[in-house]
Design a protein around this ligand. Structure first.
Ligand code: M6R
Length: 613
């Protein structure tokens, strides 16, 4: 979704801004722009399309200002075009603004401003902000240093919805005001210079010291000072945090795409997720969250709530939680959960899963749950993301920055962390047989090596991808946890290859979907649970009889069957098998996308973090 970068210091701002925007490309966007202040004049250069198009704009190299703001836009209000791109300015070109989020009352604000004589040049909600700031600025009779800050603050007070904004003003060439509500914003600090961004990776190569803004914060930045205020313009204090992310871990490191790099990082990311939580012969350690035996004994249900791939991680973990903890678990799509009046009270535990920690529906669902008295746990990959500030407890996946829009390593880390959490609850509750628990724990520790094995030779996966990349429909089937892998694999394929695909519980085929099977259609079968294997094999024979080509991911001895390709993966406990079985299918989607010549990391219409509902 939209991305923000800002700079104030002694260096020329424009190269820093464009560099930051390039680092935010992974979020998904359709237009970009920058604005700087110089000699009492605000420049504003923007266009639809890629950030690199900015280099072609006449005069971009002549921007010498040392203060600037920049933006990548993912269209919500109004189509992608130059007029709707950010930065937006007020009618008198006194203020320039970039904005992430959605202004829910923009129509009322627009009507109000039109009534005051303002004109609008774009279809966006954002254009109300510079004009509203201008309106308050002109109304302020006290033309002292605080006038710019007061105008931004008054405008923010009028806005309903979410925002992260950067504002510069031609009358204050040494100042930038930024503010946030329900949309992330950080300030990176160096000697006599400040970097602003919606996402840390955009500015990680310049500094590791950050102020992480909270909702309602307004910040006044000058070249050598920073002041934080609340919505009443009272000064507040903030702690500087050191973020130990390695800048190179958000770069491609020799891989052609981030997605491939992230797939290959999985042995390491799983190791990081397990960290010190699991050691041979010891109980799983979650001493960082205070969940007692009394509390767990008293709850009567658990909700796992998330969107997209993170929701699939919830689905993969559901059987483990239910079997080991003996507590009913429901997995919900956040955008459905929040509107269906779910039954929640103080006997409900709700776990929210989000790689980015910024997904609007997941955060809204969490807020709703808190109002109803349930305890909340956030599982996130991004330190200090919005969701982690709302939840009662947070546990981090520690998978490292995930840049490709299609989630891979975050998913396997989420499933791993959820398995560890389920085991922890079972150990606290003493609700399950120790030998089964120990078996899963041992298998968890072996995952990195087993993933390494899968990644050693991917030629067969690549070959099959070459064979089917021109197809229009591909189906995925499985039973039990293999069905959840089928769902995740199908999502991955459609996201980056644009091939229509669906996942079915293998036992459901005969209840309708088998009507779609005809000569030459590809069916991917996942068979990793010995107890269910013969059932899925029968279903695969039914589709083969009807002419389907089959691509099988299995840890069973199926080599002798009449399948088109069998990918053998290492054995593990069925409850954590999605962590292994998904990997060949991530690669399958990847190679199909490459064969089609598509942009794997930035698939059309998609954004890395979905910060609007
Ligand atoms: O950041 P989140 O985990 O909350 O994101 C949820 C989904 O938007 C995300 O998993 C999406 O489905 C990915 N593009 C999947 O690859």
């Amino acid at each position: 979704m939209c991305g923000i970068v800002g700079y104030i210091g002694k260096k020329k701002a424009s190269p820093i801004l464009i560099d930051g925007l390039l680092k935010l490309e992974y979020r998904g966007y359709d237009s970009s722009g920058i604005s700087t202040v110089e000699n009492g004049y605000l420049s504003n250069m923007k266009d639809k399309g890629r950030v690199k198009n900015l280099y072609d704009l006449d005069g971009i190299n002549d921007l010498n200002g040392t203060i600037g703001i920049a933006h990548t836009r993912w269209a919500t209000h109004g189509k992608p075009c130059k007029e709707n791109s950010h930065p937006h300015m007020d009618n008198e070109k006194c203020f320039s603004v970039v904005h992430n989020g959605i202004i829910e009352n923009y129509q009322d604000l627009r009507d109000f401003l039109i009534g005051k004589g303002y004109k609008f040049l774009s279809e966006t909600d954002t254009e109300t902000i510079p004009n509203l700031i201008h309106y308050y600025y002109n109304k302020d009779e006290n033309s002292n240093e605080g006038r710019f800050l007061r105008a931004v603050n008054s405008a923010c007070k009028d806005v309903k919805g979410s925002y992260a904004i950067e504002v510069i003003c031609k009358d204050y060439p040494n100042k930038m005001i930024i503010a946030r509500k329900d949309s992330p914003l950080v300030v990176g600090v160096n000697q006599d210079e400040y970097y602003v961004a919606s996402d840390i990776p955009a500015i990680l190569s310049y500094t590791k010291n950050f102020y992480l803004l909270d909702d309602g914060d307004i910040v006044e930045l000058q070249k050598n000072s920073i002041s934080f205020y609340n919505m009443n313009l009272e000064k507040i204090q903030k702690d500087l945090k050191n973020i130990e992310w390695d800048a190179t871990s958000s770069e491609k490191a020799g891989y052609p795409d981030y997605m491939l790099k992230e797939i290959y990082e999985q042995p390491r990311s799983i190791r990081e997720t397990i960290g010190t939580r699991l050691k041979q012969g010891e109980k799983v350690n979650f001493s960082d969250i205070n969940i007692s035996k009394d509390y767990l004994k008293n709850i009567d249900k658990i909700y796992l709530v998330a969107c997209g791939t993170a929701m699939h991680a919830g689905l993969s973990a559901q059987p483990l939680f239910e079997k080991l903890c003996k507590i009913p678990v429901t997995v919900d799509i956040a955008s459905e959960f929040r509107y269906r009046e779910p039954l929640i009270d103080d006997k409900t535990l709700c776990i929210f899963i989000s790689q980015s920690g910024e997904t609007a529906d997941t955060i809204a669902a969490l807020k709703l749950v808190k109002l109803n008295g349930a305890k909340t746990i956030a599982i996130s990959n991004v330190i200090n993301s919005s969701i982690t500030r709302e939840a009662d407890f947070t546990i981090y996946t520690h998978a490292g920055p995930e840049i490709a829009v299609a989630s891979t390593k975050a998913y396997t880390s989420q499933v791993t962390l959820l398995a560890l959490l389920g085991i922890h609850f079972a150990e606290v509750l003493e609700s399950s047989d120790a030998s089964e628990i120990n078996n899963i724990k041992n298998e968890l520790l072996l995952l990195p090596e087993k993933i390494q094995d899968i990644l050693k030779d991917v030629t067969q996966i690549k070959e099959f991808a070459k064979k089917v990349y021109t197809e229009h429909d591909i189906f995925f089937i499985g039973r039990g946890t293999d069905y959840t892998t089928a769902k995740e694999a199908s999502l991955k394929l459609k996201e980056i290859s644009y091939i229509h695909s669906d996942a079915y519980a293998a036992g459901e085929l005969k209840h309708g979907p088998i009507a779609l099977i005809e000569n030459g259609v590809t069916v991917v079968g996942i068979v990793t649970d010995a107890k269910l294997a013969c059932k899925t094999i029968s279903n695969l024979q039914e589709v083969i009889t009807r002419g389907a080509k089959t691509f099988i991911i299995t840890n069973q001895d199926l080599e002798k069957g009449n399948y088109d390709k069998v990918i053998r993966i290492p054995n593990t406990h069925p409850m954590i098998s999605p962590i292994l079985s998904v990997i060949p299918l991530q690669l399958f989607a990847y190679y199909i996308s490459k064969e089609k010549g598509l942009d794997v990391d930035k698939p059309r219409n998609l954004a890395k973090s979905v910060t609007v509902e």
